[in-house]
Design a protein around this ligand. Structure first.
Ligand SMILES: [Zn+2]
Length: 304
């Protein structure tokens, strides 16, 4: 398991292997990713025909069931961004999915634009009154969009064969001093390590070729600093793997997964509706301090 492997310019210790891929702690990139890295053509096919249809067939249904929680989560995220920007300006969501964040942003006074490779998701977004193009965000697309105050990428960076190329493209569409907000799964957390190393769990979060890169707060911030941004804020979401430690093994049980998700939703909605969102934030800061959190969001400013 602890071999060293090289592939093209990438090398590091092998952390896990699955589906013919190895996850390495890449010394040249400064974050963990699989090798071999699939090429753009292979991935384009996966996302166009496969991702929203096969891997996440219930995503829209679940999002609609979760709408009040999703709206509260998106409101909080936008509030944080508005506080840092000082206003609601022009907002670009890359990989905007079904467009829920854009809808909330639009209601809060942002001028919004989405770019989404899945035809179904883009079509649904447009039907809900937000401006979303069905496209991958490449240099041609970037050149056609104009400039934005904020670029948001939620659950995008972990899927990309070259995340550095994406960070460069985002700089092209951001005004000087504009903000980039990146949300990714937080992987190789202390609890994940306990579960796999000491409790015989398989590394369930390793899922090539869909998940190519495996970030945490530090590696994401470091990457942003290397590519012309200054990190100014980070936050995490509820560490779902705590449920595994509590004996609720949702890994191969989607129904139980929804139950655990419902409990997390309840916690957040109870604290939000009772006017205790600040306490919730404080709680999650403590999780972040301990390296925990299912996802991590980093907001960074484009260097002037
Ligand atoms: Zn690498």
């Amino acid at each position: 398991m602890n071999d060293r492997k090289c592939w093209n310019d990438h090398s590091g210790m092998v952390l896990h292997s699955a589906e013919g891929f190895d996850v390495i702690d890449c010394e040249s990139c400064g974050f963990k990713h699989i090798i071999p890295i699939p090429n753009e053509d292979e991935l384009r096919e996966i996302y166009k025909h496969d991702y929203h249809v096969r891997v996440k067939p219930l995503m829209l249904q679940h999002q609609l069931e979760d709408q009040s929680w999703l709206d509260a989560t998106n409101e909080a995220r936008l509030e944080t961004i508005e506080r840092m920007l000082g206003k609601a300006g022009k907002f670009l969501d890359i990989g905007s999915g079904n467009g829920f964040l854009l809808q909330t942003a639009q209601k809060r006074g942002w001028t919004v634009k989405g770019v989404e490779p899945s035809y179904k998701a883009a079509e649904y977004s447009c039907s809900q009154g937000v401006d979303v193009s069905c496209s991958t965000f490449d240099s041609e697309c970037a050149a056609s969009l104009g400039k934005f105050d904020v670029v948001h990428l939620g659950d995008v960076l972990e899927h990309l064969p070259d995340p550095t190329c994406m960070l460069d493209l985002c700089k092209q569409v951001l005004i000087p001093g504009g903000l980039i907000a990146i949300g990714v799964p937080n992987e190789y957390t202390p609890v994940q390590k306990i579960l796999t190393e000491d409790m015989n769990f398989r590394p369930w979060w390793v899922s090539p070729p869909h998940h190519i890169n495996y970030f945490d707060k530090n590696s994401l911030e470091k990457l942003l600093e290397q590519y012309g941004y200054t990190s100014i804020h980070s936050e995490v979401s509820f560490p779902m793997e705590l449920f595994l430690l509590m004996g609720r093994n949702y890994i191969d049980n989607p129904d139980l997964g929804r139950e655990c998700h419902a409990m997390r939703k309840e916690l957040e909605l109870n604290l939000t509706k009772s006017g205790n969102r600040k306490f919730l934030d404080k709680l999650y800061e403590c999780f972040a301090e301990a390296g925990m959190g299912r996802t991590v969001l980093v907001v960074a400013q484009k260097n002037k």
